[in-house]
Ligand binder design. Sequence first.
Ligand code: PAF
Length: 283
Amino acid sequence: MQIITTKKGLQATVAACKQINKTIGLVPTMGALHDGHASLVKRCVAENDVCFVSVFVNPTQFNNKEDLAKYPRNLEKDAQFLCDLGADFVFAPTPEEMYSEEEMNTTFSFDFAGLDQVMEGKMRPGHFNGVVQVVSRLFYLVQPNRAYFGEKDFQQLAIIHHMVERSSLKDTFDNLRIIGCPIVREASGLALSSRNERLSEDEKKTAINISRILKESLTWPRTSVKEVEQRVVDEINQVPGLEVEYYSIVDGTTLQETDTFDNAVGCVTVYCGPVRLIDNIKY
Ligand code: PAF
């Protein structure tokens, strides 16, 4: 496995792969890798001739400087993890390599068709502009045939589908398939996340209640979407140590409010102590 740190080096490697007609898979990550990422990388390795993984803590998608500073970084450990999974190339640039100063300091503009006006987009203004900025650049540099993303970040995945399939950028990404991969959970049900590293043992036990209540909500009487939403919020908030930021049952494609359970996904953000966790469930 080779680690590449420059755009030039990456483009030369991609050109060499394309010249001999290799299919290319890409897994974009911000490092702090866990078994959720492993499931994406394994699938990428199995389905493509060459597997690229990017490890880049993208500053433009953080609207909180403290969050960016605290984000766990350990390239050596991540590289070993990826090597063991059979990845071929890791792209790990610095922010200065990835962006000009101007790009770093201006919000990337993009037509989200409303997908950024709800849930994470509403709570973290500009977050998805940074995500689209970095992911579109990675797609441009790597020109993958397939790119893999986790369903845990459900809104992010919907926005990337929109970018590649319906937005004004779509012609730039000919022959690219976006592949969403199921959430990987601990045996307890807790969705794997790099942020779990910041939970104490007690907080981890508390956090298990999030997935438990989401799962139970599938069995509740479907009186109305609003009532199920409210009951999830109430039950999570009753657990000492948990505080719901939002729970929205939305249409799985448009992410807009829905009044039916067809193609509906419930997306939650919960503070467990100081740690902000997200999860979702399909109805
Ligand atoms: O999901 C993530 O880890 C990031 O948002 C991504 C897609 C790698 C872009 O920085």
